[in-house]
Design a protein around this ligand. Structure first.
Ligand SMILES: Cc1cc2nc3c(=O)[nH]c(=O)nc-3n(C[C@H](O)[C@H](O)[C@H](O)COP(=O)(O)OP(=O)(O)OC[C@H]3O[C@@H](n4cnc5c(N)ncnc54)[C@H](O)[C@@H]3O)c2cc1C
Length: 380
């Protein structure tokens, strides 16, 4: 029996239908041609996917983190790369909703919720990834503006987005010297690197964001000076649930495909699905995925309830779900034999897409750092 409410079951069904109709049929082609389907993203916004955790007065859906986890899992059943971009866009929209003043919320959120404009999250730099608090992009106050100089690395959606949540240094070294800004795409001095050639996530662009003397009005700073790093980390708690849920959806699709393939395929005079060794493998894959799903949903609920352990639980869920789902997808590929290695079957794409979930939004090593910190009560 499902522990989900009727509303949640309806959300899952609607999102699955959207993924089945608008994502799955095109996912292999978008991966091959490196096409970012902005028109399809906007269609999803008609269902409320552009502002999932944003309050309703600015066009958001006002849903919980648990609801969001269900949505990203359902979307990723159609295409993990697109589902993950929805998650990143929503992370920025949530940050503006949570930390923006009324003027800022009304300036940016209606367009973001409708996905008339997309959002990018700009924390990582060439010299500061895991150690994000060492970032060097500077924002120097000049009257009513800040002037931003620096380079952001690996930015999802860059070049296509309308707004960039940029973490930059306004003070001294360390986390307390960092502030958050919303930089609009048409700002003079803002430019983008080439679309990176990647192993997966080909249906969304990844580019450097270059800030060369970009003048940003003081009114575009989120919160107070020095609050930026805490805001960025707060966004990542939800972001990690999102990425974890995308892994579950991708692996679930790979598992379904493996069951279908083995049911169809014959060898040694029998259906492969009748080989007990293969049934046991499928049973283990399903069991591991269910354990990961339970942890992700529990972490999401704790985040909804403001549980002080939520950051640790989000890190546990991200580490466990992304590793488990990658393993499940890889084993589903193995169960397809040589066909799993062919692009037309879509399994190798899922494996490639899920690989990066173990790296971004904090590597799985950094997830262990966070979990261990919680265990020993350390502050660093
Ligand atoms: C496709 C893609 C999209 C991305 N999108 C975005 C985005 O939209 N916005 C954004 O801001 N960033 C984005 N990132 C960046 C991503 O979050 C970083 O790549 C990630 O945080 C790791 O940083 P790094 O690559 O500099 O690796 P490093 O920090 O250099 O780490 C190298 C290795 O050392 C390990 N390591 C580092 N420190 C420790 C430690 N203390 N203990 C144990 N192990 C450690 C790491 O786990 C890793 O295995 C994206 C990355 C990719 C690949």
């Amino acid at each position: 029996m499902s522990t989900l409410t009727e509303d949640q079951l309806a959300i899952v069904e609607t999102t699955r239908d959207f993924a089945r109709e608008h994502l799955a049929p095109h996912a292999i082609e978008w991966d091959r041609t490196k096409h970012f389907p902005v028109d399809v993203l906007r269609k999803g916004a008609d269902l409320g996917l552009g502002g999932i955790n944003v309050r309703e007065d600015v066009g958001g859906s006002g849903l919980s983190r648990l609801d969001a986890a269900l949505i990203y899992e359902a979307l990723a059943g159609g295409c993990p790369s697109i589902a993950a971009y929805y998650s990143i866009h929503n992370m920025v929209a949530w940050m503006i909703d949570r930390h923006g003043n009324p003027e800022q919320r009304h300036r940016w959120l209606p367009d973001l919720c409708a996905m008339r404009g997309l959002a990018s999250y700009c924390l990582t730099e060439p010299g500061a990834g895991s150690d994000a608090a060492a970032l060097r992009t500077r924002a120097v106050r000049d009257g009513d503006h800040y002037v931003l100089h620096g380079v952001k690395q690996f930015i999802s959606g860059a070049g296509s987005s309308a707004v960039y949540a940029v973490m930059a240094r306004t003070g001294g070294d360390g986390a307390d010297g960092i502030s958050a800004f919303v930089v609009e795409a048409d700002s003079p001095g803002l430019s983008f690197g080439a679309n990176e050639l990647k192993m997966g996530w080909n249906a969304q662009p990844t580019r450097q964001v270059v800030l060369d003397g970009v003048r940003v009005p003081v009114s575009h700073r989120l919160g107070a000076e020095g609050d930026g790093f805490r805001m960025a980390m707060g966004g990542l708690n939800g972001g990690r649930i999102g990425i974890a849920a995308c892994s579950l959806g991708g692996a679930g699709a790979a598992l379904d495909a493996a069951v279908a393939h083995l049911t169809d395929r014959e060898a040694f005079g029998a259906k492969l699905i009748d080989a007990q060794a293969l049934r046991f493998e499928l049973a283990d894959m399903a069991t591991e995925l269910e354990a990961a799903r339970t942890l992700v949903r529990h972490a999401a609920s704790c985040l909804d309830q403001g549980d002080p352990a939520a950051p640790q639980l989000c890190a546990m869920a991200k580490r466990f779900a992304t590793d488990t789902a990658f393993s499940v997808a890889d084993r589903a590929l193995q169960l397809h034999g040589g066909y799993g290695y062919l692009a037309d079957y879509g399994i190798e794409k899922i494996v490639r897409d899920l690989r990066v979930h173990r790296i971004l939004e904090g590597t799985n090593e950094i997830m262990r750092v966070i979990v261990a910190r919680g265990l020993i009560g350390a502050t660093r």
